[in-house]
Design a protein around this ligand. Structure first.
Ligand SMILES: [Zn+2]
Length: 142
């Protein structure tokens, strides 16, 4: 599967699908708008959904569905409300300079109860894909 939109490409990587930059981005550059399905359900969860606060989640479509986690990510989601009565829109933005060919990553910040081992390989890896504020709530490794 290949998906090219904005300045990114979805590619098979060692960790499954990933999103690669195909051009460079500067700090605070908008990479692209995250399109997807909005779900209004407090109990909804999935591996990819973005918690939008309250009961709302956004289940992103490709390419941003395939962003991998890093403990030192180079991107983050930002959102802002559109004009009155319209849904928020969500954008992927670079948090540091990104070179063409680099994988784009975000910090999943999962709650401790759904944390899994992290393989991001960053020097500051927390060892788990988990919200940094919940590191001390991790169940003992099995
Ligand atoms: Zn990590």
């Amino acid at each position: 599967m290949e998906s090219s939109v904005d300045g990114v490409l979805v590619e098979q990587t060692e960790l499954g699908y990933g999103v690669l930059a195909i051009r460079s981005f500067q700090v605070d550059d908008v990479v692209g708008e995250v399109q997807g399905e909005w779900i209004d359900d407090p109990d909804y969860s999935s591996d990819y959904c973005i918690d939008m606060g309250g009961d709302l989640s956004l289940e992103p479509r490709a390419p941003y569905r395939f962003l991998n986690h890093s403990c030192e990510p180079n991107c983050e989601f930002i959102s802002w409300a559109k004009a009155d009565g319209e849904k928020e829109s969500v954008w992927l933005c670079a948090t540091r300079q990104v070179q063409a060919g680099e994988p784009l990553t975000i910090d999943y910040c999962w709650p401790a109860e759904t944390a899994i081992r992290c393989l991001c390989g960053s020097p500051r890896c927390r060892g788990w894909i988990v919200d940094p504020d919940e590191l001390d709530q991790l169940p003992l490794a099995t």
